[in-house]
Write a new protein. Structure first.
Length: 72
């Protein structure tokens, strides 16, 4: 996994397993995103149900971008 390797290369974690654990720990949904998560969002945005969404920025971060250390 490239993200884990980049975290290790930056000296932020001792190994890939620790890097993944760190990201999961900081993600309120408690898991890494999967390809299907991104695909589902893309399909929704291409559907008629998203017809009123225009020019909006959507974060697919497992709620990590709004993470608060006091909420779990």
């Amino acid at each position: 996994m490239q993200l884990a390797n980049d975290i290790v290369a930056a000296g932020l974690a001792p190994d890939a397993g620790a890097a993944v654990a760190s990201v999961v720990e900081q993600t309120p949904l408690g898991r890494l995103g999967e390809v299907g998560d991104m695909a589902d969002a893309a399909v929704f945005l291409c559907s008629n149900q998203a017809r009123f969404i225009t020019g909006a920025l959507r974060s697919l971060s497992g709620c990590r971008s709004s993470w608060c250390p006091y909420v779990r």
